[in-house]
Design a protein around this ligand. Structure first.
Ligand SMILES: C[S@@+](CC[C@H](N)C(=O)[O-])C[C@H]1O[C@@H](n2cnc3c(N)ncnc32)[C@H](O)[C@@H]1O
Length: 257
């Protein structure tokens, strides 16, 4: 029997550019929204390995950036990428829970897939507290500043096969329309919004599963953990393809504070 915690899978950044379903075209649109006109400060809450923040800093050469994420390995990767791109003098990355940052408000803010910073951890299988996240973000965006807010939503009515591999409940997410209402109630103006396409999701999910494939390619077929990794791959594939594909969505909002 192999202990799951002792299994070291290749890091997700080896297979994915982003920790969210997003095409290069959409990323370019979000970078343009945040960097034109050029901001002075960019804050990314739940930045992962900081790809979007680093692209905004490349696009806005006078701007300074701060990324916060609770995963130390992602923050290490973000710092390394900042160094490689010559941005370390303008970017700082902090490994810590986002709610403890006491971050200074900024004129450009990013929060993609990280509303749980201000609500229950996703492992608790509770509904996302979008309202708490939006209120906290409102305080982090300077008046007239911009926010790119991306969050999971139901893009179709949830059904049991879709919810089973997630939290098993229909109220885990809102629809995009209901989320837009909460965004406006928090005091933001919606400049534009859009949903990730199924193609963006397919690329993301394939990249997510790729770490299992890479592990299997790097290890002997008789390795004691091989069966477990094959099962994890198959569970993830089935959860998506036979479950939440086309039901779990991702909404991207370009907002003004
Ligand atoms: C879905 S990923 C999105 C990452 C990144 N924003 C992107 O779009 O590529 C969510 C990120 O939130 C981070 N996160 C989760 N809970 C957090 C918390 N309490 N404080 C800070 N970061 C957190 C995770 O480590 C993860 O990197």
């Amino acid at each position: 029997m192999t202990d799951e915690t002792s299994l070291e899978l290749p890091p997700l950044y080896e297979s994915l550019t982003w920790l969210t379903p997003i095409s290069e075209e959409r990323a370019g649109h979000l970078v343009a929204f945040l960097s034109d006109p050029a901001p002075a400060e960019v804050l990314d809450m739940g930045c992962g390995w900081g790809e979007l923040l680093l692209r905004v800093l490349t696009s806005a050469p006078q701007a300074r950036g701060r990324g916060v994420d609770s995963a130390p390995a992602s923050i290490d990767r973000a710092r390394q990428q900042a160094l490689t791109r010559g941005l370390l003098n303008r970017a700082t990355f902090d490994a810590m829970p986002g709610a403890e940052t006491q971050a200074r408000p900024a004129d450009a803010v990013i929060c993609i897939g990280a509303s749980q910073i201000w609500g229950p951890p996703v492992e608790d299988a509770q509904p996302l507290d979008y309202g708490a996240a939006l209120r906290a973000l409102r305080a982090l965006v300077l008046p007239g500043g911009r926010l790119v807010y991306g969050e999971a939503i139901w893009s179709a009515t949830p059904h049991p096969a879709a919810t089973a591999p997630l939290a098993g409940r229909d109220d885990e997410y809102l629809s995009a329309d209901a989320l837009r209402e909460q965004i406006r109630a928090a005091g933001f103006e919606v400049v534009d919004d859009d949903l990730a396409s199924v193609q963006e999701w397919d690329v993301f999910e394939a990249g997510y599963r790729d770490r299992f494939t890479r592990w299997l390619e790097a290890h002997d077929a008789h390795h004691p953990a091989a069966g477990q990794v094959r099962r994890q791959y198959e569970d993830q594939r089935a959860a998506y393809e036979e479950g939440y594909r086309g039901v779990l969505g991702m909404a991207y909002f370009c907002l003004r504070g």
